[in-house]
Design a protein around this ligand. Structure first.
Ligand SMILES: Nc1nc2c(ncn2[C@@H]2O[C@H](COP(=O)(O)OP(=O)(O)OP(=O)(O)O)[C@@H](O)[C@H]2O)c(=O)[nH]1
Ligand SMILES: [Mg+2]
Length: 292
């Protein structure tokens, strides 16, 4: 029989869905402007603290630089970024609260989490951070958590020193490839502690440009990308965070201009973080005043 009668090969799997799997008011300069206005108009009762946590090299410091860059309208590299292979580039607790977007909030950068104990962010530091015992500039120690003898230990923190939202930053590539079980266990342990303290959490998935070539070419395809959609679902299952609190983004790297379409996903993540943190502040202050 001729090859003309053999069954044709199945069509290649779809890279883009026909309709967006997440709706957006629009990929436009108007929407970007609306997001910026909304963010700048937030009026939290106290200055909320936002803690960034995540595996080594996930893009935590790059996310901070991306937000600072949007605020300035040009590239900004205040948070030091880089690739050291397995070890964390960031070693100290960094605090960022300047510029037009972060005036009313503080964004904290931290050392990267590593799967092995004795390496990277020490999980016992988390509770000290959440409760406000750690001052900016603290040099993380992978083998032991902060103690009272450290000059950066705050003995009697108040509510305004606590963390009011935790932003997990994880590479979409890592999730898609299958996040190593040791990581999952460590991150889940951290998540449990955060939940117990009733601190809201969101998840940012970085490097979507490396994950999906369609998105790398045109970021407005983000919410039609099958790979990004699958990654959001997997991240939601693995980390127990609802999909609506998972934000795929492409960070700004050293080169490149500031662009509306790149800003939109970064700002969507920031808006939700800020809203959750403001809600947390409002809730606790309300509880305190009810106790009076
Ligand atoms: N393609 C791409 N690369 C990114 C993205 N975000 C970060 N990177 C790159 O990933 C590398 C690590 O970024 P960092 O921001 O230093 O990561 P980090 O999570 O702060 O890392 P540690 O401080 O070591 O824990 C750098 O080379 C960044 O340029 C992204 O969205 N897309
Ligand atoms: Mg870093």
């Amino acid at each position: 029989m001729g090859s003309s009668e053999s069954t044709p090969p199945p069509p290649p799997p779809k890279k883009l869905t026909d309709y967006p799997w997440r709706t957006l008011s629009g990929w436009s300069a108007e929407f970007e402007k609306a997001l910026l206005t909304e963010i700048r108009q937030l009026e939290p009762e106290e200055k909320p603290n936002l803690l960034i946590l995540g595996p080594v090299g996930a893009g935590k410091s790059s996310y901070i630089n991306s937000i600072l860059s949007i605020g300035k309208g040009r590239k900004c590299a205040l948070a030091s970024t880089g690739d050291t292979g397995d070890a964390s580039w960031t070693l100290d607790l960094g605090s960022y609260t300047k510029g037009s977007l972060l005036q009313k909030y503080r964004l904290f950068d931290s050392m990267g989490i590593e799967p092995k104990d004795g390496h990277g962010f020490h999980t016992d530091d988390l509770i000290f951070l959440i409760k406000g015992h750690v001052k900016k500039g603290y040099r993380f120690n992978p083998v032991s958590p902060i103690d009272e003898k450290s000059p950066q230990y705050r003995k009697e923190p108040s509510f305004r020193d606590q963390m009011h939202c935790v932003i997990f930053v994880v590479s979409a590539i890592t999730i898609h490839a299958g996040i190593p079980p040791a990581y999952v266990q460590k991150i889940k342990q951290l998540q449990d502690r955060i939940r117990r303290e009733h601190v809201p959490r969101i998840l940012i998935l970085t490097k979507v440009d490396d994950l999906c070539e369609e998105v790398a070419r045109d970021i407005t395809k983000m919410f039609r990308s099958v790979k990004v959609q699958e990654t959001v679902k997997t991240a939601s299952e693995v980390f127990g965070i609802e999909q609506a609190s998972i934000h795929p983004v492409k960070n700004y790297e050293v080169d490149g201009n500031i662009e509306t379409m790149t800003n939109i996903p970064l700002l969507l993540a920031l808006r939700q973080t800020m809203q959750y943190a403001a809600d947390r502040v409002e809730y606790v202050l309300q509880e305190d005043s009810d106790d009076d």
